[in-house]
Design a protein around this ligand. Sequence first.
Ligand code: NAD
Length: 497
Amino acid sequence: MNQPSKQASVIVIFGATGDLAKRKLFPSLYNLYCKGVLAEDFAVVGVARRQLSNEEFRSNVHDAVIHTACMDKDDKHEEFSSHFFYQPFDVTKKESYQDLKGLTESLDEQFDIPHNRIFYMAMAPEFFGTIALNLDSEGLLEGDGFNRLVIEKPFGHDFQSAQKLNDEIRQVFSEEEIYRIDHYLGKEMVQNIEAIRFANSLFEPLWNNRYISNIQITSSETVGVETRGGYYEKSGALRDMVQNHMLQMVSLLAMEPPGSLTTEEIRSEKVKVLRALRAVNKDEVNDYFVRGQYKQGEANGETLPGYREENNVDEESNTETFVAAKLMIDNFRWAGVPFYIRTGKRMPTKSTNILIEFKDMPMNLYKNESGKLGPNILEVHIQPEEGITLHLNVKDTGDMRKTTPIELNFNNKQKNNMNSPEAYERLLHDVMKGDATNFARWDEVALSWQFIDPISVAWANEKEQDFPNYSAGSMGPDAADKLLEKDNLHWWSSPKE
Ligand code: NAD
C-alpha cells in the first residue's frame, strides 16, 4: 500500500445527488485524481435524501466525469468511482450521523486515512447549522486528524441571517476550520490580480488616485434564470453577484500590498477595503445604484422570454436581474476614484473583465484619428479569455504628430497551452492543503452584507415602476450608462471603440 499522505481525507458531501456535486465537485475531484493530487488514499462519502446503493451512486459519479479526460494518462473512471460511497441521510436524525461515523471510520481503515475529514455543504443553507451541531454531538469531529467545513454560497441573505448561520457553525468549528466558498476566488485571473499589481514595478506606483481615473468591472451572463427562478426571486443580482464576487474583485484591486502572502495578511488587507467602502444610505441609493430586469428580447435570431415569464417567477416580480453601481473607497489611495461595477443576466456575452482606465496626459501633444488621445487602459480578462491587454498609443506610421492605439496582449491559455484548472478544482485542492487564502473570512462576509443591506431594503420597499427595463440580449438599462455620464465617463465595452 502507498504511504498515506498527511492530507489524505474522507470527504463527506452533503447534497451529493444535487446539481453542484454533479457539475462541479465530481469533475474537479476527478481532475485532481488524474493529476495525482488525490493519490489512492482518499474516500468520498455522498449523503443525500435519496435511497441509493453504492453501485448506483458510483454509476452517477462515473456518468458525471465520463467526459472529463485525464491529460497524458489513460482514463481512470472506474478506479476513481471505486473511492465513492453513499449513505441515505436525514439531516435531522441522530442515527444518520451515527451511521456516517461508522462508515467514515471504516474508510479510515480501508484507505489508511489519519481521521482527517472535509465536510462539504452542497445543499440548502438552512440545514448547515443543524448538520454542524449534529456532527459534533454524535462524535464525528473527535479524533486526531483535521476537520474542515466547506460552505457554499449563499452565506445568508442579509447580515442578520449570515450572522445567525455563522454563530451556529462557530459553535462547532473554529474560524480556521471554515472555508466559505466564493468560486471567483478560484479563478486564475482573479488570483492573478495580486501578481499583476505586486510583482510589477510598472503598475504599482501608478495604482492610486493620482494616475487612475476609474475602474470598471463587468460580469455578464447570457443565460436567464434557467431552472432556478425560485431561488433567484429571493436573491436577485445584488445578493447573488454583488455581495460576494463583485466585492471580492473590488477588494483585490484596491487592497494595500500585504506584508507577506500569508492567508491572514492578504485577508486582512482585503477587509480594510470593505471597511473603507463609502456606505450608501437608503436616500442615496439612486445616486450610486441602478437596478434592471430583462424583458423579452432577441439574441442570435432567437426570441428570449422576459424574466417575468420564466418558471417560478412572479409575473409582477420586483427582483433585479441586473445591477450597476458606483463604489467609492474613502481612503488615501482611492479618494475620488470611482469603481463602477455591473452584472446581469441575459446580456449579449458571457464574460467577466476588469478595466483600469488611467488619467489623461497633462497636456496632449498628440492626437489620434478622432482628434483626441485615447486613454491608457489595462484590461484584465477573467473569463472566458484569461489574460491582460494593455492599451497604449504609438506614433502613426504616416504622420509624426498623430498617434494610433495599439494593444499589448497576453493570453494565459495560449501560454500554458491548456485550460487553467476549474475554480472548484483549485479550491478543493486548497481545502485539502488547509490553505484558506482564497476563501472569505467571516469579517469580509459580514462587512459585505452590511454594505449591501441598505440597498436591498430600499429596493424591497420601493417597487421599481420601470421594470422590466432592458431587453434580453442587451447591455442593461439606459440608467447604467447615465450613471457614468454624470461623471463624464462611459463604459468601455472595448477600449477600441
Ligand atoms: P440541488 O437542489 O440540486 O441539490 C440539493 C441536494 O441536497 C440534493 O442532493 C438533495 O438530496 C439534498 N438534500 C436536500 N434536502 C435534504 C435533506 N433534508 N436531507 C438530506 N439531503 C437533502 O442543489 P445544488 O444546485 O446542488 O446546490 C446546493 C448548494 O450549493 C445550494 O446552497 C446552492 O445555493 C449552492 N450553489 C450551487 C451552485 C450550482 O452551480 N448548482 C453554485 C453555487 C452555489
